[in-house]
Write a protein that binds this ligand. Structure first.
Ligand SMILES: [Zn+2]
Length: 367
């Protein structure tokens, strides 16, 4: 062994001994503590970030300043339509539905909706956090029946009352935060702007199917506490089927993004089932034929602006209301050309329908 080798061996031994005596434990401790430290840092950061998310959502969802900020941003982003007819219709619908909602969900009184007619041409409506809601001008242009528009707005209010947007935003944001932590850590400021951006830009999409079904059913429940015809919920879905909106073949932008919503036929059928239950299992309709107690009441004709099927759901809605309110105890009569069941108007026959007296007589024989 030459000197150089001896020297290196000694050095190595000394180094080894040093590290066994002091080095290793120190290095090991340092490594461990830095691992633990990073873990703690991630833990603290995730908790802080989630707290920030929750705080931001709470701000937009529950504070007046946040609600107003979101509302102003939506108005800027989608444009405001000033058409006096559209705006008057939406004011009426909101006043009527707000009362209907309040019967079953009084929380609406402490958080009234901030709504407007947006300057968009598609048939669509949306509800964000903080009960910020918009209905597209295209909805009023293409759907002229106020009861049907109310059914759409009722669906949005269902999302609002159940805080669907805040709930799905929380999930969405938490996913983003987790992804951000897995890469490089992001600071609180960056998170703040991510949350704001998501809140402002991604909070109007209709969410998961469970939320959609719940919103549909709630719309019906709200409608039956207004003077609107509860058959309008099924009727507007029938209209979408005929317009191929939310249908399997539809690729067009639509009211209720078809990919997010069960298709219109299924939603229509779910509403027909609701009407049947509401009538205490007395009335239903299929392919424009109305059945009372399993017997055919009438085949409905089309009107100038509605198919026979769409119109049949309005007549079904009237019959369901009559049964729900016990008006079937009374005779069917004809008043000013309108078939009545007790005090409930059922149908004003048009060309193509049977005449009012024939219909009243048949209703009396099967009701
Ligand atoms: Zn929806």
């Amino acid at each position: 062994m030459n000197f150089k080798k001896k020297f290196l061996a000694g050095l190595t031994a000394a180094a080894l001994s040093f590290s066994l005596t002091f080095g290793s434990p120190v290095v090991g401790e340092a490594a461990n503590s830095s691992l633990i430290g990073t873990g703690i840092a991630i833990g603290i950061q995730a908790a802080q970030l989630n707290a920030q998310i929750n705080e931001k959502i709470k701000y937009y969802d529950t504070t007046e300043a946040g609600r107003q900020e979101l509302y102003d941003n939506f108005r800027k982003q989608y444009g405001v339509n000033e058409d006096p007819e559209y705006n008057a219709a939406l004011d009426r619908i909101m006043a009527n539905l707000t009362k209907g909602v309040a019967v079953i969900d009084p929380t609406i009184k402490s958080k009234p909706y901030l709504y407007f007619v947006s300057n968009q041409n598609s048939i669509n409506a949306a509800c964000s956090m903080g009960h910020v809601m918009m209905v597209n001008a295209g909805t009023f242009k293409k759907i002229t029946n106020e009861d049907e528009i109310a059914a759409i707005v009722g669906h949005e209010m269902g999302h609002g009352q159940k805080n669907h947007v805040a709930k799905s935003n929380k999930k969405h944001l938490q996913k983003q935060v987790t992804a951000a932590i897995a890469g490089t850590a992001i600071g609180g400021g960056a998170l703040g702007s991510i949350v704001t951006q998501v809140a402002l830009n991604h909070s109007i999409a209709h969410g998961d199917r469970k939320h959609e079904t719940e919103a549909d059913l709630l719309s019906f429940d709200y409608m039956v506490h207004t003077n609107y015809n509860p058959g309008a919920c099924a009727a507007v879905m029938q209209k979408f089927v005929e317009m191929s909106i939310g249908g399997k073949r539809s690729g067009a932008a639509a009211f209720f993004n078809p990919s997010d919503h069960p298709d219109s036929e299924k939603r229509r059928d779910a509403y027909v089932k609701k009407l049947y239950e509401y009538s205490k299992n007395h009335v239903t309709a299929k392919n424009a034929i109305i059945t009372v107690n399993n017997k055919t009441f009438m085949k409905v004709a089309a009107s100038s602006d509605m198919s026979a099927a769409e119109r049949s759901y309005f007549i079904l809605g009237n019959l369901a209301t009559a049964y729900h309110k016990g008006q079937n105890k009374y005779e069917a009569t004809v008043e000013n050309g309108i078939v009545m069941l007790g005090n409930q108007p059922i149908i004003a026959p048009l060309d193509g329908d049977e005449d009012a007296y024939t219909l009243a007589e048949r209703l009396n024989s099967i009701k």
